[in-house]
Design a protein around this ligand. Structure first.
Ligand code: 13P
Length: 357
């Protein structure tokens, strides 16, 4: 393990108020999203979509890194250039999702455990040879009546720590993602309690496995009320609860916190991230940024719909959402940025309709 390289990579990923583009959906998740938008589900459509993402003009000005999936890291653009090369050329650091998904946790109805530790060292080495510089692993925690259980939390925290240490041994910065899901009718304060418990367990396992905290990044959920909870707190209340929770459990040695979006709309995710910056009374000990999937990609996917004619507008929409999130990392995001952009998109759609007719 070269600690200096890990620390430099982690710092580069959070530098300059940029964040990560999560484009590491598994084939089945990607296909499900394509199906919802009426897009054909095949290796070629997934490749074409990912090519659109990585070739977005100016993307490197607003994001620092992109998380790829095993299929995607091996793919190339139409001109034969590997996606990794395109990203590096745009000043974007390539990363890779290394878990192989969540399965039912035996003996724990309703809980999940993320798999992928067996043979991980060999896979990590292959990704390093391909040019990856950081690695993500997602653990999923469900809130329910008697969930999560102590043993469910600890089993996931242990797996996260094992993967993180193996990643550092191979020279990859671990992006440690314990996601407390938004699904359910739980309150914001229940989410805060569970998130604090999960993160405490994660950091205790990371220490036990001797993970270098300065050479990792944390990718947590924001502290939110469940999607079907009757009380939905304001943007400011969510921002305050999230920062309060993180300050209690995330050591200052960790260089950055890069939130997942978890199904929030793009605008809400940006507004909440922005409020974390504008409401902080003192400088936060870590960089606070984004590692969004849907909250950056969704508008682009809906515009593209699998048709080349929409590719440029889709890229504009992708760049716009990433730029909004970069502005949020500086406390400079305003809702008007999105209103102006949706007016622009609808005028472009009309232009395309005329072109097709
Ligand atoms: P979302 O932002 O869509 O939650 O995706 C982030 C991610 O990487 C999930 O593992």
């Amino acid at each position: 393990m070269n600690s200096r390289t890990l620390i430099e990579t982690a710092k580069a990923l959070v530098a300059d108020a940029k964040g990560l583009l999560a484009m590491d959906e598994s084939n089945s998740t990607c296909d499900k999203r394509f199906a919802k938008s009426g897009i054909e589900q095949s290796e070629e459509t997934r490749r074409a979509y990912r090519e659109l993402l990585v070739t977005t003009p100016g993307l490197g000005d607003v994001i620092s890194g992109a998380i790829l999936y095993d299929e995607t890291i091996r793919q190339r653009g139409k001109d034969g250039t590997p996606f990794i090369e395109t990203l590096v050329g745009a000043g974007i650091i390539p990363g890779i999702k290394v878990d192989i998904g969540a399965k039912d946790l035996a003996g724990h109805p309703g809980e999940l455990i993320t798999e992928g530790l067996d043979g991980l060292r060999v896979r990590l080495k292959e990704y390093v040879d391909m040019g990856a510089r950081f690695a993500k692993w997602r653990a999923i925690i469900v809130i329910g009546d008697a969930l999560p259980s102590r043993s469910g939390i600890d089993a996931n925290a242990h797996a996260l720590a094992r993967y993180a240490c193996l990643s550092q041994e191979c020279g990859l910065v671990p992006v440690v993602e314990p996601e407390v899901l938004m699904d359910g009718n739980h309150t914001l304060s229940r989410c805060e309690e569970v998130t604090e418990d999960v993160l405490s367990s994660v950091f205790s396992h990371l220490r036990a496995q001797r993970v270098l905290l300065e050479g990792m990044l944390l990718k947590p959920n924001m502290v939110l009320p469940g999607l079907s909870c009757a009380t939905q707190e304001s943007v400011d209340e969510v921002a305050d609860a999230t920062i309060r929770c993180l300050l209690r459990v995330v050591p200052a040695a960790v260089p950055g916190i890069m939130f997942l979006s978890g199904g929030q709309s793009g605008e809400l995710a940006s507004a909440r991230l922005n409020a974390m910056h504008t409401r902080a009374k003192e400088p936060l000990p870590w960089a606070v940024a984004f590692s969004f999937g849907r909250a950056i990609q969704q508008p682009a996917l809906e515009i593209w719909r699998g048709e080349e004619i929409h590719a440029k507008d889709a890229q504009q929409a992708l760049h716009h959402r990433a730029a909004c999130n970069r502005a949020a990392c500086r406390g400079e995001y305003r809702g008007e940025m999105d209103r102006k952009s949706s007016e622009q998109t609808s005028s472009n759609n009309n232009r395309n309709k005329v072109a097709v007719a």
